[in-house]
Design a protein around this ligand. Structure first.
Ligand code: ZN
Length: 152
């Protein structure tokens, strides 16, 4: 059995930022890496959950061309994956940057937190989510297309 693409990334060199996880035709999977592997601090489940709600809501509103097919958390609590169709990398970076900035300054309720819309309404942490967004905005604002490649 071949090793998965994720196992070929040198996790000792990986730093917070945005990366291309895979490209298949016109579909690109981006990783939004918030945490350094094996060093921490890692996202709590609560912060990750709140960030997921905020990114989903905000991306849905700013994604005028409906390029984002899916947005979700990584299993290792180290960030997120964003699946896009027919998008320029520069536009993906700009959209993530804009969404992250809006989250860092969010002063409203967490979107979608009702028993009808969410599967765990108790596990949210807006304060922590905003702190993580403030950290990530400093990374994503300086990302250029050549920085989207994983270290190997
Ligand atoms: Zn939820």
């Amino acid at each position: 059995m071949e090793r998965s693409a994720n196992r070929l990334i040198d996790h000792t060199k990986l730093v917070p930022g945005m990366y291309i996880a895979s490209i298949n035709g016109d579909v690109t999977v981006y990783e939004l890496r918030f945490c350094r592997p094996n060093k921490g601090p890692f996202l709590t489940v609560e912060a990750q959950h709140t960030l997921s709600h905020l990114y989903e809501q905000i991306l849905e509103n700013i994604d005028e061309r409906n390029a984002v097919l899916w947005f979700g958390a990584s299993a290792s609590c180290s960030g997120f994956y964003m699946v896009c169709r027919s998008i320029a990398h520069s536009d993906a970076i700009a959209m993530v940057s804009q969404a992250t900035e809006l989250i860092a300054n969010w002063d409203k309720e967490i979107p979608g937190v009702s028993a009808k819309e969410c599967s765990d309404i108790e596990r949210h942490d807006l304060i922590s989510a905003k702190k993580w967004a403030q950290m990530f905005i400093s990374k994503v604002k300086n990302i250029t297309q050549d920085m989207l490649v994983y270290p190997c």
